[in-house]
Design a protein. Sequence first.
Length: 332
Amino acid sequence: MSEVALLTRALTTPESVLALDAAQWTALLTIAKAERLAASLAVRLDGLPLPPEATRVLNAARANAGTGRTHALWEAEMALRALAALDVPVVLLKGTAFVAAGLDAGRGRLIGDLDILVPHANLDAVEAALLAAGWEWVKPDPYDDDYYRRWMHELPPLIHRDRDRMIDVHHTILPPTARPTPDAAALITDSVALPNGLRILCPADMVIHAVAHMFADGDLAGGLRNLWDIDRLVREFDSDDFWKALSHRSKIHGLVPETRRALRLSARLFDTPVPHDAPKPTDRFYLARLTSRDGWGRETRPHLRLAFYIRSHWLRMPPLLLARHLWTKWRK
């Protein structure tokens, strides 16, 4: 069994950890921490007779995730209050959406920044309201500010001056220069209201956003956690209507190949129940990238990681724009 397979198997079949020796426990816990899945692992292993040392590590991870959940929900509430007067739809994204909606994907999920989606036409008003409510710019550099506003799918990041918490304000889920062009209006129009007035993406779009972030916008760093999100969401939403909606929405957002690849890889690593889709020869490169850690949680396969890093930039913008951007950043 490979080192990362210890983690994927523990998440899918928790009882498998009962046969681990000390070295395998070390590998499991260090890889889970490196992949930001330690608290998710703690949730899955809850109730099993574990070694005392492992129990301490997992309890600490669970407590940390619980604190992060409280902070995330409070930041969402603060954003709601700051934007309430605008009468603008505010859609929670990623981990905060999972916990706010009480989804299984939110159990043990580590949450960093608050990510929200608002209509592009309302960006100026949203920006002004957040600045008035105590958020400040993280990137004061004029080039970075201009780059975000012209080429990115979000405003430059903001941080609250008192609470030291970040917020990313999105107007779509991929950079406008990226090859896939998701339908931002459809994401917002078909979002689902929560009791407090905030919104979350509809189930199919929630999966597709995870797919977009993983395969159309990044270098697969943290990809195992993204794939675990997809597994949890698919299992919770699993129904004929959901699969029809996922197929339809992936076409609307131009992410059919990426969605199919995500489902294939999730089925391979987490036994996710998905419609049959024959493996593609290139899947092996993605699997190798997702599992590139040794028994101490350290990254391996540096050349493959570099290739995916270059690919991520290539996907985000045309060659000439990319060359100019990299040249400017190198000079700075």
